[in-house]
Ligand binder design. Sequence first.
Ligand code: G1P
Length: 297
Amino acid sequence: MKKRVTKAIFPVAGLGTRFLPATKSIPKEILTLVDKPLIQYAIDEARSAGIKDFIFVTARGKSALEDYFDVAPELEATLRRAGKDELLEVLKNTNMDSGAIAYLRQHRAMGLGHAVWCARRLLSNEPFAVILPDDVIAAEKPCLEQMVEAHQETGGCVVATMQVPEDKTSSYGVLDVASEDGRLVQVKGMVEKPKAGEAPSNLAVIGRYILSPRVMDNLSEIRAGSGGELQLTDAIAAEMDKGGKVFGYRFEGTRYDCGSKAGFLQATVAFALQRPDLRDEFGRYLDGLIAQRKAAE
Ligand code: G1P
């Protein structure tokens, strides 16, 4: 029986400079798609995949994230007095059991691999998940849950993957494919942000990982890679050098790159159109806007 995946690391130390000035005083993970912060989407997905322990790797200026997951006694009392049970229910989702969430700081921005490594003392010899909240994935069965199921069968490491256009591969970790079987891709190598024309495939790593404990050891051993930073991709690639198995998992669902403005806006529109309370009014507005644009062409 394989060990269950119950711990997830959320690297949330980034400055979010692409969203300035908003991120001057608000962590980018608290920016909302419709009315729910990016981080809440990540937490909901992790919970439904069976994650019980949530490890946040934060940085200076990010304490609003800790407040977000705390209880809000005054707000709750006000809502209760006003009989606003639905909103109380919404708030419940933002609460964490005491001890279920841990925050630690990455003191210097030394890359994603380094951020994950900062959590090493909170893990024992068990597989763990990593979720990048910038990547929001809309799916009938949440992406991490799909991956946990795949991991139950394969063991080793499982990383989420999807095809991207060839001219975009240099923005991602990219898989070197050994063989493919349905949604599973057996991997023989991984390259972080390959130069144009040098990508081994157009299968990009998306921000969901289930990693074997040895990847944490690898993070202590690797040197700085792409961009002069410690790269998680390189620690996973090192796993293959040691004989470990690594799989890409072509998840079912739509991924939005909420680390970019265009992706963030696309997610906002798509999610608004799925909301029963907004769908009709917002849909009519969009139809009108498109008609206006067409008329102006
Ligand atoms: C990170 C990872 C990269 C991965 C990407 C997915 O890059 O380093 O391998 O493909 O997330 O979003 P970043 O977007 O932080 O530069």
